[in-house]
Write a protein that binds this ligand. Structure first.
Ligand code: RP5
Length: 174
């Protein structure tokens, strides 16, 4: 594992943290060094902009931004850096993440944010996408990612085989 963080995970509020657990687990499994910060585009706008502006010189290769409601964090961060930014919309009341999804995904041409699905599954995919980006220049990470995919396929095939066996035996799949 590289000792200095290559990925920065930013969240708009500590209330987003429980939804990001899978991302941290994935980074641990892949041996990716990350840092995690609570910073808000609205509540701490100067800190968020400063962090984004300094990310590249600090060795950060990918920034993940999780935010809910009027979710401007990923867009504001992307405006202050050319490091790839991945956005995870967080589901909050009363619109359950659709508001954050549209705010993140609808970036104007010129400042991209790679927006993944909302909530916990978004944390999975944001982390895996970050790993894919890092794997472009890290052979051992690329190998681990390919092994991960094989294991994932194996699980699906095992589940299918189990289902077929139940049906063949005249059982009721449930
Ligand atoms: C966003 O507002 C945060 O990312 C969070 O998802 C949402 C609600 O924040 P809290 O009121 O829970 O701090 O900026």
């Amino acid at each position: 594992m590289k000792n200095s963080p290559q990925v920065a995970v930013m969240m708009g509020s500590k209330s987003d943290l429980p939804n990001l657990k899978r991302a941290f687990e994935i980074f641990k499994d892949f041996g990716v060094c990350y840092e995690a910060r609570v910073m808000s585009a609205h509540r701490t706008p100067h800190d968020a902009a400063k962090f984004a502006g300094e990310a590249e010189k600090n060795g950060i290769k990918v920034i993940i931004c999780a935010a809910g409601m009027a979710a401007h964090l990923a867009g504001v961060v992307a405006a202050h850096t050319t490091v790839p930014v991945i956005g995870i919309p967080m589901a909050c009341e009363p619109f359950n993440g659709l508001d954050a999804l549209l705010a993140m995904v609808q970036m104007p041409p010129g400042i991209p944010v790679a927006t993944v699905t909302a909530g916990k599954s978004g944390a999975d995919n944001a982390a895996l996408l970050a790993v894919s980006i890092l794997a472009l220049s890290d052979e051992s990470l690329s190998k681990k990612l390919k092994e991960f995919r094989v294991k994932q396929s194996d699980k699906v095939m095992a589940a299918d085989a189990e289902l077929q066996a139940i049906i063949k035996a005249g059982g009721i799949p449930q």
